[in-house]
Design a binder for this molecule. Structure first.
Ligand code: NAD
Length: 306
């Protein structure tokens, strides 16, 4: 069995070493394709792979057509919108993610970006503090829960809304559960986004939702750029000089945001939420272990194309 790690943005070396160890200990062959620049390189590398570990790499119908021996793809990370699930199912390929493995890394980045923004991007002027501010967590999954934990340490008043997580589960963490996204945005001065990009959530963060945020509002996005209706966010920020947008996923209209909203807009140069040695190791090794469990014992615990 050949297990391919195909990452255009490579894992940290220590993570690659850990993945190799897991795979070789199970008696499988390890192969590595890193920093590829052409899709043709990926198509060639997957030809004889039985399993693939990816990060943000695109696995579409063309890749699946080329991978004749493929049984499983594991996205080392949480979001799997880079994999064509319907095509994978049609090819009889199991798709998994590695939930929870990078959540603390993303949560720390979200809080770090909040501090950076309320301190005016460390420009030497006097800023504000997070303590006592109302933080709204939009989606209480693995990242949202970690954001709540860290934010409480900062003394923030934490609220959350999740379409699927029961309110009792949220409230057990000492977080106030609200009934709708609308209520969350109306209540909280700072909203941290943790919804996945799905057909339902794409473009859902729009003018109607954001316009009711309290004065001095800040939206922090460590989820996906696709969930934001960029044109409507721009319209809102043109109307409201008090509104800040801080993101880990550069918008398509980055240049326009940067030019129009200097001093209240920030984007990381590339997605950095999961870019820590710890998250790389956790997610990479979990991916390798899930592949071994699937190939040896048929374990499908983290399958996302059920
Ligand atoms: P998760 O699957 O643990 O949690 C997602 C939560 O969203 C779940 O609790 C689910 O019930 C909720 N949800 C789904 N649809 C919803 C809706 N329409 N309204 C409200 N809640 C909804 O995922 P996670 O690990 O917390 O990650 C969240 C997202 O963050 C991922 O999907 C990914 O896109 C993004 N992410 C980004 C980075 C980064 O590097 N910036 C890293 C990891 C994850």
């Amino acid at each position: 069995m050949k297990i391919l790690v195909a990452t255009d943005k490579p894992f940290a070396k220590v993570a690659v070493d850990g993945i190799r160890k897991e795979i070789e200990a199970a008696g499988y062959e390890f192969a590595l394709l890193e920093k590829y620049t052409e899709k043709a390189q990926l198509l060639d590398a997957v030809k004889d792979a039985n399993a693939i570990i990816i990060r943000s790499d695109i696995v579409d119908a063309e890749v699946l057509d080329a991978a004749k021996e493929l049984k499983i793809v594991v996205r080392a990370g949480a979001g799997y919108d880079n994999v064509d699930l319907a095509a994978a199912t049609a090819h009889n390929v199991c798709v998994m993610n590695t939930p929870g493995q990078n959540s603390n890394a993303v949560a720390e980045l979200a809080l770090g970006m909040m501090v950076y923004a309320v301190r005016n991007f460390y420009n030497g002027t006097s800023g504000t503090e997070l303590m006592g501010k109302k933080l709204g967590i939009h989606a209480y999954g693995n990242v949202g829960r970690n954001v709540a934990r860290v934010a409480k340490g900062f003394g923030m008043e934490v609220y959350a809304y999740d379409a699927f997580c029961p309110k009792e589960v949220i409230e057990k963490d000492g977080v106030k559960a609200l009934d709708s996204a609308e209520e969350l945005y109306k209540t909280c001065q700072v909203v941290s986004l943790h919804i996945p990009a799905t057909a339902e959530t794409k473009n859902s963060i729009n003018y109607a939702l954001l316009k009711d945020m309290p004065k001095g509002a800040m939206l922090v996005n460590t989820a996906r750029k696709e969930v934001i209706n960029e044109a409507e966010l721009i319209k809102l920020m043109e109307e409201r000089a008090d509104f800040k947008y801080i993101t880990d996923i550069m918008p398509a209209a980055n240049a326009e945001f940067a030019e129009k909203f200097a001093g209240r807009y920030f984007s990381t140069p590339k997605k950095m939420g999961a870019q820590t040695a710890e998250a790389n190791i956790n997610a990479g090794i979990a991916a390798a272990q899930q592949i071994v469990g699937f190939l040896k014992d048929g374990c499908e615990k983290f399958r996302v194309n059920k």
